[in-house]
Write a protein that binds this ligand. Sequence first.
Ligand code: BG6
Length: 282
Amino acid sequence: MNAAGGAPSLVTIAAGDGAKVRVHLDGGHVTSWIPAGVDDERLFVSAKSGFGPGIAIRGGIPVCFPQFGGEGPLPQHGFARVSTWTLVETRETDREATATFRLIDNDATRALWPHAFAAELSVRVGGDSLEVALAVHNTGDGSFAFTGALHTYFRVEDAYRCRIEGLEGVRYRDALHGGRVTEGERAPITVAGEIDRVYLDVPGPVTLHDPARTRGARTVRVEQSGFRDVVVWNPGPAGVARKPDMHDGDDARMLCIEAAAVATPIVVAPGERWIGAQTITL
Ligand code: BG6
């Protein structure tokens, strides 16, 4: 583990096999994943992204909590991605490295969302896989409900040549058509421009195929637990043009496949703990 600066704002953990991951405490935000045995960044982070307290990083794995997108009264995607998390512990062995981060309710979170909670983000890297788990503990006296996501930005060579499998026949809410629920298509998903869909009650893993001509074809398998929905998002060229923290052409360089709880909020009773995870394997 190394930390840049005096008080760590950035944590890098590496397994003995060379797999490594970098996490910013601002946001509890994974911004880099390099699997073992390759010198190949697998997450997209915009070269125009800001970093630091209160800034939503454009790329990596934003933690959306306790609200997905604009699904409620809170700021877009909730406050976790713009809150500063604390490092709880790191462990590095020959085969894997893990780090745990925590965010506890405070005056700022309670002003937006009046609940007592302890959220823990656990990151595990080793070999060809990365697992990110979000645990939410209700430390208060009343139940609460939340929506959220692990909003993973995959780095791809050309999003418009990628194929996503595993969502065939799964119904989705289409944000580009006012949230209309649409029957899932039979064919694997391809991206032709802006896409913003919440696939509902996804039954199994999703696979992202990137034919990547210059770097060699690659396939990642994305599994999730705890989260029922999968969000597929790409802003398309027009969306990128509206985002001050993206460069023209970034739409082709990224594709988000998010482990999400959107349609059915997660309810956590007092004293209980919910865990959701996304595991990405090459
Ligand atoms: C996705 C949403 O998860 O995140 C999109 O489905 C949204 O609607 C996108 O545009 C990016 O959100 P933001 O707040 O990071 O620009």
